[in-house]
Design a protein around this ligand. Structure first.
Ligand code: ADP
Length: 450
C-alpha cells in the first residue's frame, strides 16, 4: 500500500527524506528520475517498488529553469499517482536552496493545482541538523541563513533568511504567502488547524511554518493531515510514518532499513564546496589518506585538457582500487574548493557552466571506476550525486541504515550495459551526502559501516 509519493528536487535531498521515512519504519524506495514508460526500466522499477509504502522520485530540478522543474515535478506526480499514492510531499533542501529565479514557488503552485488543493505549508526546518524557523526566518545553527555558508553556495546563494519574502517572490501574483507562527505551533495540533482555516479564509494559499524542535514538526504533520500536499525539507517527514499508521494508511516495520552486506572496492567522490565538505576533505587529507584534487581549471579549459585531466585522475586511482589495506587506502577524488578559489573558477564561465563541466568530469570518472569494479560509493554534493548515479545507470535505490542525520546508505541494482556479460550488473551501495551534512569524519564513518 503506497501511503506517500515524494518528489525531491535533488538526489541527496531524496535520499535524505527517504532515510527519514525508513527510520520511521516505512519501506521506502528512491527512484532516479521519473521512470520511462517503456522496456527494461519498467521491469526494474516494478520489482523495486513492490512492497514499498513510500516512493521518492529524485529529480534534478533545483537549478533548472522553472518551466522544466514544473514539467518534471508534474510528471513525477503523475507516475506516483498511477502507482497508487494518495498524498504528495514536495521535498526541497533544509536551507531552502533556490536560484534567484526560484523553483520552489512555481513547483508548489503547479502541484497544488494538480492535486486540487487551495492550501499547503512550506517548512524546511530540520532541528536535528540545526535548521530551525522562527517568525518565518530560517536559522542554520546559531546564525540566520543569510549569514551562513549558504551565502556563497556555487549555484544557489541564499542571501535572505525571511522565507515568507523568498517564497512570495517566487510565486505568481495570485498566490499570497503567510506564516504559521511558533506561538501557534507550540499550542498544538488544533491551534495549527485553526490557523490554517483562518489563513484560508483570508485567501492565503501557502504558509511558511515555524519549527524549533522535532515535536513541532510532529504537531505540524498532524495539523496538516487533511492536506493532500506538503512541501518541506526532510524534517517534516519524521512524524509521518506514525501518523499514517494511526490513520490506518500504512504499517510500520522494524526491518525497514535492511540492506545486503556491503562488500567490494570503495571510492569517495566529492563535488560539493560547502563548509562541511571542505572540512571533510581536509580531515581525510590530514589523516594521510589517498586524495587527488581535480585540476578544475583544466576541466574548464575545454575538451582536450578536460579529457587529459580525467585520464590522469583515473591513472592515479587505478592502483588504489580494491587494494588490500582496507578502507584506509580508499581513494578520494574531489573538486571541493574554498569560497575564494570557487569564485575565481566561476568568474571565467559562470557558475552553472563551471558546475556542469565539473559534474560531467566526475560522472566520466565514476563510469570508469565502475568498470574497474568499484561497488561502494561515497559521494558528496547533491548535484554531484545526481550526476554520478546517472553515470552508474542506477535507476532505483533501496534505502538502508543512517550514517548521520540526513544521509542513509542505499543499495542499487546496477543495470547491465547492453551486451555486457554479467560483470556489469549486481548490487552497488551508495552514500549520497548533501553538501552541508555530516561531521568532519563523515567519509571514513560511512566506509566503516558494512
Ligand atoms: P552541494 O550539495 O554542496 O550543494 P552540489 O554538488 O549540489 O553540492 O553543488 C556543487 C556544484 O558546484 C556542482 O555543480 C559542482 O559541479 C560545482 N563545483 C564543484 N567544485 C567546483 C569548482 N572547484 N569550481 C566550480 N564549480 C564547482
Amino acid at each position: 500500500m503506497l501511503a506517500l509519493g515524494v518528489i525531491a528536487d535533488d538526489f541527496t535531498g531524496a535520499t535524505d527524506v527517504a532515510g527519514m521515512l525508513v527510520r520511521g519504519g516505512l519501506r521506502t524506495v528512491q527512484l532516479i528520475g521519473v521512470p520511462s514508460s517503456s522496456g527494461a526500466d519498467d521491469i526494474d522499477t516494478e520489482a523495486a517498488v513492490a512492497g514499498a509504502e513510500a516512493v521518492v522520485v529524485a529529480l534534478k530540478s533545483r537549478t533548472t529553469p522553472a518551466a522544466d522543474a514544473v514539467a518534471e515535478s508534474l510528471a513525477a506526480w503523475h507516475w506516483l499517482r498511477a502507482a497508487g499514492a494518495k498524498r504528495c510531499y514536495f521535498k526541497y533542501c533544509s536551507t531552502f536552496d533556490s536560484t534567484p529565479a526560484g523553483n520552489i514557488g512555481p513547483v508548489t503552485e503547479a502541484l497544488m493545482s494538480e492535486l486540487g488543493t487551495d492550501f499547503t505549508i512550506a517548512c524546511p526546518a530540520f532541528p536535528e541538523n540545526g535548521r530551525t524557523i522562527f517568525r518565518g526566518h530560517l536559522f542554520v545553527g546559531d546564525v540566520l541563513l543569510s549569514d551562513s555558508g549558504m551565502r556563497d553556495h556555487p549555484l544557489t546563494p541564499m542571501r535572505d533568511a525571511n522565507l515568507v519574502r523568498v517564497l512570495q517572490a517566487q510565486c505568481g501574483a495570485g498566490t499570497r504567502v503567510g506564516l504559521i507562527r511558533y506561538d501557534t505551533v507550540a499550542r498544538g495540533t488544533e491551534a495549527v488547524r485553526q490557523r490554517i482555516a483562518a489563513l484560508r479564509s483570508e485567501g492565503v494559499r501557502m504558509a511558511v511554518a515555524d519549527a524549533l524542535h522535532d515535536d513541532d514538526l510532529r504537531t505540524l504533520a498532524a495539523g496538516c493531515s487533511d492536506l493532500p500536499l506538503l512541501t518541506a525539507g526532510s524534517g517534516l517527514a519524521l512524524g509521518l510514518p506514525e501518523l499514517y499508521e494511526r490513520l490506518g494508511e500504512a504499517r510500520r516495520h522494524a526491518d525497514a532499513a535492511g540492506l545486503d552486506p556491503m562488500v567490494g572496492p570503495a571510492v569517495v567522490l566529492s563535488g560539493s564546496c560547502s563548509q562541511a565538505t571542505n572540512a571533510q576533505v581536509a580531515h581525510w587529507r590530514d589523516a594521510g589518506r589517498p586524495a587527488r584534487a581535480l585540476d578544475v581549471r583544466a576541466l574548464l579549459r575545454g575538451d582536450g585538457a578536460a579529457a587529459a585531466e580525467v585520464a590522469a585522475v583515473l591513472a592515479w586511482a587505478r592502483p588504489l582500487i580494491g587494494r588490500g589495506d582496507g578502507d584506509d587506502a580508499v581513494p578520494l577524488i574531489y573538486s571541493t574548493a574554498a569560497p575564494s578559489e570557487l569564485a575565481a573558477t566561476q568568474s571565467e564561465l559562470g557558475a552553472l557552466e563551471a558546475g556542469a563541466r565539473v559534474e560531467h568530469a566526475l560522472a566520466a570518472i565514476a563510469r570508469e571506476l565502475g568498470s574497474m569494479g568499484v561497488r561502494r560509493w561515497v559521494v558528496a554534493g547533491g548535484e554531484t550525486s545526481g550526476a554520478v548515479v546517472q553515470a552508474l545507470g542506477a535507476s532505483a535505490l533501496r534505502i538502508g541504515p543512517t550514517i548521520c542525520p540526513g544521509v542513509p546508505w542505499t543499495q542499487a541494482q546496477r543495470r547491465a550495459a547492453p551486451g555486457a556479460q554479467g560483470a556489469q550488473g549486481g548490487s552497488i551501495w551508495l552514500a549520497l551526502k548533501s553538501g552541508n551534512f555530516g561531521a568532519p569524519d563523515f567519509f571514513s564513518a560511512a566506509l566503516r559501516m558494512k
